[in-house]
Write a protein that binds this ligand. Structure first.
Ligand code: PRT
Ligand code: ZN
Length: 292
Protein backbone atom coordinates (compact mmCIF):
# COMPACT_ATOMS: atom_id res chain seq x y z
CA UNK A 1 0.00 0.00 0.00
CA UNK A 2 1.56 3.33 -0.97
CA UNK A 3 0.55 6.13 1.27
CA UNK A 4 2.76 8.85 -0.08
CA UNK A 5 0.54 11.66 -1.18
CA UNK A 6 2.15 14.23 1.05
CA UNK A 7 0.10 12.87 3.93
CA UNK A 8 2.80 10.78 5.57
CA UNK A 9 2.84 12.87 8.70
CA UNK A 10 -0.88 12.99 9.11
CA UNK A 11 -2.78 10.63 11.31
CA UNK A 12 -5.47 8.90 9.27
CA UNK A 13 -8.72 8.21 11.07
CA UNK A 14 -11.63 6.16 9.74
CA UNK A 15 -15.09 7.11 10.92
CA UNK A 16 -18.56 6.06 9.86
CA UNK A 17 -19.77 7.80 6.71
CA UNK A 18 -23.34 8.10 7.95
CA UNK A 19 -25.37 6.37 10.62
CA UNK A 20 -25.53 6.15 14.36
CA UNK A 21 -21.82 6.71 14.97
CA UNK A 22 -21.37 9.64 12.62
CA UNK A 23 -22.66 12.62 14.61
CA UNK A 24 -20.92 11.74 17.86
CA UNK A 25 -17.65 10.91 16.08
CA UNK A 26 -17.63 14.31 14.38
CA UNK A 27 -18.67 16.02 17.61
CA UNK A 28 -15.87 14.35 19.54
CA UNK A 29 -13.31 15.61 17.03
CA UNK A 30 -14.87 19.05 17.10
CA UNK A 31 -14.79 19.14 20.91
CA UNK A 32 -11.12 18.25 20.59
CA UNK A 33 -10.70 21.45 18.59
CA UNK A 34 -10.45 19.65 15.25
CA UNK A 35 -12.52 21.11 12.44
CA UNK A 36 -13.38 18.97 9.47
CA UNK A 37 -14.88 20.19 6.26
CA UNK A 38 -16.92 17.29 5.00
CA UNK A 39 -18.07 17.74 1.45
CA UNK A 40 -21.21 15.69 0.77
CA UNK A 41 -20.35 12.19 -0.39
CA UNK A 42 -16.66 12.74 -0.03
CA UNK A 43 -14.56 9.77 0.97
CA UNK A 44 -11.84 11.86 2.55
CA UNK A 45 -11.40 15.17 4.32
CA UNK A 46 -8.52 16.97 5.98
CA UNK A 47 -8.65 18.61 9.35
CA UNK A 48 -7.68 22.25 9.25
CA UNK A 49 -5.89 22.63 12.55
CA UNK A 50 -4.56 19.18 13.41
CA UNK A 51 -2.50 16.80 11.25
CA UNK A 52 -5.47 14.52 10.73
CA UNK A 53 -7.01 13.02 7.61
CA UNK A 54 -10.53 11.65 7.94
CA UNK A 55 -11.85 8.73 5.90
CA UNK A 56 -15.61 8.23 5.78
CA UNK A 57 -16.49 4.54 5.55
CA UNK A 58 -19.12 1.95 6.36
CA UNK A 59 -18.66 0.92 9.97
CA UNK A 60 -18.31 -2.76 8.98
CA UNK A 61 -15.22 -1.95 6.92
CA UNK A 62 -13.40 0.08 9.57
CA UNK A 63 -11.66 -2.80 11.42
CA UNK A 64 -10.27 -4.15 8.13
CA UNK A 65 -9.02 -0.75 7.01
CA UNK A 66 -7.30 -0.21 10.34
CA UNK A 67 -5.74 -3.67 10.25
CA UNK A 68 -4.43 -2.95 6.73
CA UNK A 69 -3.22 0.52 7.79
CA UNK A 70 -5.27 2.25 5.13
CA UNK A 71 -6.33 4.17 8.22
CA UNK A 72 -4.07 4.44 11.28
CA UNK A 73 -6.96 4.64 13.71
CA UNK A 74 -10.74 4.31 13.62
CA UNK A 75 -13.92 4.81 15.58
CA UNK A 76 -16.23 1.81 15.59
CA UNK A 77 -18.72 -0.02 17.81
CA UNK A 78 -17.31 -2.86 19.91
CA UNK A 79 -19.98 -5.13 18.41
CA UNK A 80 -18.53 -4.64 14.92
CA UNK A 81 -14.94 -4.72 16.18
CA UNK A 82 -15.32 -8.12 17.87
CA UNK A 83 -17.51 -9.59 15.14
CA UNK A 84 -14.94 -8.79 12.45
CA UNK A 85 -12.02 -10.29 14.42
CA UNK A 86 -9.39 -8.11 12.77
CA UNK A 87 -5.96 -7.48 14.25
CA UNK A 88 -6.22 -4.03 15.82
CA UNK A 89 -5.61 -2.52 19.26
CA UNK A 90 -8.38 -1.01 21.33
CA UNK A 91 -7.10 2.37 22.52
CA UNK A 92 -9.99 3.98 24.36
CA UNK A 93 -13.68 3.53 25.06
CA UNK A 94 -15.55 6.64 23.94
CA UNK A 95 -18.80 6.45 25.89
CA UNK A 96 -21.28 6.98 23.05
CA UNK A 97 -23.46 4.72 20.86
CA UNK A 98 -23.99 2.47 23.82
CA UNK A 99 -26.08 -0.62 23.17
CA UNK A 100 -26.13 -4.31 23.91
CA UNK A 101 -26.16 -7.38 21.73
CA UNK A 102 -28.93 -9.46 23.23
CA UNK A 103 -30.87 -12.66 22.82
CA UNK A 104 -34.58 -12.02 22.31
CA UNK A 105 -37.41 -14.53 22.14
CA UNK A 106 -41.18 -14.43 21.70
CA UNK A 107 -42.80 -12.40 24.46
CA UNK A 108 -45.02 -15.28 25.56
CA UNK A 109 -42.25 -17.87 25.94
CA UNK A 110 -40.52 -18.52 29.22
CA UNK A 111 -36.75 -18.44 29.22
CA UNK A 112 -34.71 -20.85 31.32
CA UNK A 113 -31.24 -19.59 30.45
CA UNK A 114 -29.08 -20.35 27.41
CA UNK A 115 -30.39 -23.97 27.42
CA UNK A 116 -33.55 -22.50 25.88
CA UNK A 117 -31.58 -22.13 22.65
CA UNK A 118 -30.60 -25.82 22.38
CA UNK A 119 -31.40 -27.08 18.86
CA UNK A 120 -33.21 -23.85 18.02
CA UNK A 121 -32.74 -21.55 15.04
CA UNK A 122 -31.27 -18.14 15.85
CA UNK A 123 -31.38 -15.24 13.39
CA UNK A 124 -28.61 -12.65 13.71
CA UNK A 125 -26.22 -10.34 11.89
CA UNK A 126 -23.49 -11.36 14.37
CA UNK A 127 -22.71 -15.03 13.63
CA UNK A 128 -19.22 -14.92 15.14
CA UNK A 129 -20.33 -13.43 18.45
CA UNK A 130 -23.36 -15.72 18.64
CA UNK A 131 -21.22 -18.75 17.90
CA UNK A 132 -18.83 -17.75 20.72
CA UNK A 133 -21.76 -17.32 23.07
CA UNK A 134 -23.21 -20.72 22.19
CA UNK A 135 -19.84 -22.43 22.57
CA UNK A 136 -19.23 -20.83 25.94
CA UNK A 137 -22.58 -22.16 27.12
CA UNK A 138 -22.22 -25.60 25.50
CA UNK A 139 -25.29 -25.07 23.35
CA UNK A 140 -25.84 -26.44 19.88
CA UNK A 141 -28.08 -24.29 17.72
CA UNK A 142 -28.44 -23.25 14.12
CA UNK A 143 -27.35 -19.73 13.27
CA UNK A 144 -29.24 -18.09 10.46
CA UNK A 145 -27.33 -15.04 9.29
CA UNK A 146 -29.35 -12.11 7.99
CA UNK A 147 -28.10 -8.61 7.39
CA UNK A 148 -31.04 -6.46 8.40
CA UNK A 149 -34.50 -6.41 10.05
CA UNK A 150 -33.49 -9.32 12.25
CA UNK A 151 -36.36 -8.53 14.59
CA UNK A 152 -38.98 -9.77 12.12
CA UNK A 153 -37.44 -13.25 11.78
CA UNK A 154 -39.45 -15.03 14.53
CA UNK A 155 -42.71 -13.42 13.36
CA UNK A 156 -42.33 -14.79 9.82
CA UNK A 157 -41.25 -18.23 11.02
CA UNK A 158 -37.63 -17.86 10.03
CA UNK A 159 -36.20 -18.41 13.50
CA UNK A 160 -37.07 -19.26 17.10
CA UNK A 161 -34.95 -16.51 18.59
CA UNK A 162 -32.79 -13.58 17.52
CA UNK A 163 -29.56 -12.00 18.69
CA UNK A 164 -29.56 -8.31 17.81
CA UNK A 165 -28.53 -4.88 19.04
CA UNK A 166 -30.86 -3.26 21.53
CA UNK A 167 -30.83 0.22 22.99
CA UNK A 168 -34.28 1.38 24.11
CA UNK A 169 -35.91 -2.01 23.53
CA UNK A 170 -38.81 -0.54 21.57
CA UNK A 171 -37.96 -2.42 18.35
CA UNK A 172 -38.20 -5.72 20.21
CA UNK A 173 -41.39 -4.65 21.93
CA UNK A 174 -43.05 -3.64 18.68
CA UNK A 175 -42.23 -7.04 17.23
CA UNK A 176 -43.63 -9.05 20.10
CA UNK A 177 -40.21 -10.04 21.41
CA UNK A 178 -38.50 -9.75 24.79
CA UNK A 179 -34.85 -9.39 25.67
CA UNK A 180 -33.67 -12.31 27.81
CA UNK A 181 -29.87 -12.33 27.81
CA UNK A 182 -27.00 -9.97 27.06
CA UNK A 183 -24.29 -11.42 24.85
CA UNK A 184 -22.16 -8.26 24.71
CA UNK A 185 -22.28 -4.69 26.01
CA UNK A 186 -21.02 -2.28 23.39
CA UNK A 187 -20.02 1.32 22.93
CA UNK A 188 -18.00 3.28 20.40
CA UNK A 189 -14.26 2.76 20.77
CA UNK A 190 -11.08 4.17 19.29
CA UNK A 191 -8.90 1.47 17.71
CA UNK A 192 -5.48 1.67 16.16
CA UNK A 193 -3.29 -0.29 13.81
CA UNK A 194 -0.96 -2.63 15.69
CA UNK A 195 2.24 -1.34 14.11
CA UNK A 196 2.08 2.44 14.08
CA UNK A 197 5.48 4.13 13.92
CA UNK A 198 6.74 6.46 16.64
CA UNK A 199 5.61 9.57 14.80
CA UNK A 200 2.03 8.33 14.38
CA UNK A 201 1.95 7.14 17.98
CA UNK A 202 2.96 10.61 19.09
CA UNK A 203 0.10 12.16 17.11
CA UNK A 204 -2.27 9.57 18.56
CA UNK A 205 -1.11 10.50 22.07
CA UNK A 206 -1.83 14.13 21.31
CA UNK A 207 -5.32 13.31 20.09
CA UNK A 208 -5.92 10.99 23.03
CA UNK A 209 -4.88 13.70 25.48
CA UNK A 210 -7.60 15.93 24.03
CA UNK A 211 -10.20 13.15 23.94
CA UNK A 212 -9.60 12.38 27.61
CA UNK A 213 -9.84 16.05 28.58
CA UNK A 214 -13.14 16.38 26.71
CA UNK A 215 -14.60 13.21 28.20
CA UNK A 216 -13.47 14.05 31.71
CA UNK A 217 -15.04 17.50 31.42
CA UNK A 218 -18.30 15.95 30.27
CA UNK A 219 -18.41 13.78 33.37
CA UNK A 220 -17.76 16.66 35.73
CA UNK A 221 -19.47 19.89 36.73
CA UNK A 222 -18.10 23.08 38.18
CA UNK A 223 -19.94 24.02 41.35
CA UNK A 224 -20.10 27.37 43.17
CA UNK A 225 -21.93 27.95 46.41
CA UNK A 226 -22.17 30.25 49.40
CA UNK A 227 -21.36 28.71 52.75
CA UNK A 228 -21.76 30.02 56.29
CA UNK A 229 -18.24 30.02 57.78
CA UNK A 230 -19.47 28.03 60.76
CA UNK A 231 -20.16 25.07 58.42
CA UNK A 232 -17.25 25.61 56.07
CA UNK A 233 -15.27 22.62 57.22
CA UNK A 234 -18.23 20.26 56.81
CA UNK A 235 -19.06 21.66 53.36
CA UNK A 236 -15.45 21.44 52.14
CA UNK A 237 -15.23 17.85 53.30
CA UNK A 238 -18.10 17.04 50.92
CA UNK A 239 -16.28 18.65 47.99
CA UNK A 240 -13.04 17.01 46.95
CA UNK A 241 -12.28 19.35 44.01
CA UNK A 242 -9.40 18.68 41.65
CA UNK A 243 -6.98 19.23 44.52
CA UNK A 244 -9.13 20.84 47.19
CA UNK A 245 -11.98 23.35 46.99
CA UNK A 246 -11.28 27.06 46.47
CA UNK A 247 -12.62 29.19 49.34
CA UNK A 248 -13.02 32.96 48.97
CA UNK A 249 -14.51 35.36 51.54
CA UNK A 250 -17.82 36.99 50.61
CA UNK A 251 -18.39 40.71 51.20
CA UNK A 252 -20.97 39.71 53.78
CA UNK A 253 -19.31 38.86 57.11
CA UNK A 254 -19.40 35.20 58.15
CA UNK A 255 -19.91 33.80 54.64
CA UNK A 256 -17.59 32.33 52.02
CA UNK A 257 -17.84 31.38 48.39
CA UNK A 258 -16.73 27.80 47.69
CA UNK A 259 -15.73 26.56 44.21
CA UNK A 260 -15.13 22.95 43.28
CA UNK A 261 -15.61 20.16 40.74
CA UNK A 262 -18.11 17.34 41.12
CA UNK A 263 -18.45 14.18 39.12
CA UNK A 264 -21.80 13.57 37.44
CA UNK A 265 -22.24 10.24 39.25
CA UNK A 266 -22.16 11.64 42.78
CA UNK A 267 -23.73 14.93 41.84
CA UNK A 268 -27.29 14.70 43.18
CA UNK A 269 -26.34 12.96 46.37
CA UNK A 270 -23.72 15.57 47.24
CA UNK A 271 -26.01 18.49 46.38
CA UNK A 272 -28.50 17.17 48.95
CA UNK A 273 -25.81 16.93 51.61
CA UNK A 274 -24.51 20.41 50.79
CA UNK A 275 -27.98 21.88 51.25
CA UNK A 276 -28.36 20.04 54.53
CA UNK A 277 -25.01 21.53 55.62
CA UNK A 278 -26.33 25.07 55.01
CA UNK A 279 -24.97 25.78 51.53
CA UNK A 280 -26.92 28.44 49.61
CA UNK A 281 -26.97 29.90 46.12
CA UNK A 282 -25.60 26.72 44.56
CA UNK A 283 -24.60 27.17 40.90
CA UNK A 284 -23.65 24.25 38.69
CA UNK A 285 -21.80 25.00 35.48
CA UNK A 286 -20.68 22.72 32.63
CA UNK A 287 -16.94 22.39 32.10
CA UNK A 288 -15.60 22.58 28.58
CA UNK A 289 -12.20 20.92 29.00
CA UNK A 290 -10.57 19.34 32.01
CA UNK A 291 -6.84 18.71 32.12
CA UNK A 292 -5.02 16.77 34.81
O1 PRT B 1 -24.01 1.97 6.84
P1 PRT B 1 -23.22 1.38 7.94
O2 PRT B 1 -22.86 -0.06 7.72
O3 PRT B 1 -22.02 2.23 8.29
O4 PRT B 1 -24.14 1.49 9.25
P2 PRT B 1 -25.06 0.38 9.95
O5 PRT B 1 -26.43 0.52 9.40
O6 PRT B 1 -24.42 -0.97 9.93
O7 PRT B 1 -24.96 0.82 11.45
P3 PRT B 1 -25.81 1.88 12.31
O8 PRT B 1 -25.47 3.27 11.86
O9 PRT B 1 -27.23 1.50 12.40
O10 PRT B 1 -25.16 1.60 13.74
C1 PRT B 1 -23.80 1.83 13.94
C2 PRT B 1 -23.44 1.36 15.36
O11 PRT B 1 -24.24 2.06 16.32
C3 PRT B 1 -23.72 -0.09 15.68
O12 PRT B 1 -22.74 -0.96 15.15
C4 PRT B 1 -23.71 -0.07 17.19
O13 PRT B 1 -22.38 -0.11 17.67
C5 PRT B 1 -24.30 1.31 17.52
N1 PRT B 1 -25.71 1.24 17.98
C6 PRT B 1 -26.16 1.77 19.16
C7 PRT B 1 -26.77 0.68 17.39
C8 PRT B 1 -27.88 0.87 18.21
N2 PRT B 1 -27.47 1.57 19.30
C9 PRT B 1 -29.18 0.36 17.81
N3 PRT B 1 -30.14 0.52 18.55
N4 PRT B 1 -26.91 0.04 16.19
C10 PRT B 1 -28.11 -0.41 15.81
N5 PRT B 1 -29.25 -0.28 16.57
C11 PRT B 1 -30.51 -0.82 15.97
C12 PRT B 1 -30.73 -2.31 16.23
O14 PRT B 1 -30.08 -3.09 15.25
C13 PRT B 1 -32.24 -2.44 16.15
O15 PRT B 1 -32.68 -2.53 14.82
O16 PRT B 1 -31.65 -0.19 16.50
C14 PRT B 1 -32.70 -1.12 16.72
C15 PRT B 1 -32.94 -1.28 18.19
O17 PRT B 1 -33.07 -0.05 18.83
P4 PRT B 1 -34.11 0.12 20.02
O18 PRT B 1 -33.87 1.51 20.57
O19 PRT B 1 -35.48 -0.02 19.44
O20 PRT B 1 -33.82 -0.95 21.06
ZN1 ZN C 1 -22.72 -1.48 9.17
Amino acid sequence: MTTNSGSGNRLKIAIQKSGRLYDDSIKLLKDCGIDIKNGVNKLKAEAENFPLEVYFLRDDDIPQYVEDRVADIGIVGENVLYEKQKQTTLVEKLGFSKCRLSVAINKGDSYNGPAYLQNKIIATSYPVLVNDFLKKNNITAEIHEISGSVEIAPGIGLSDAIVDLVSSGSTLFMNGLKEVETVLKSEAVLVRNNELDAEKLKLLEKLLFRIRAVRKAKNNKYILLNAPNANLEKICSLLPGMRSPTVLPLAEQGWSSVHSVLSENEFWEIIEQLKDAGAEGILVIPIEKMIG
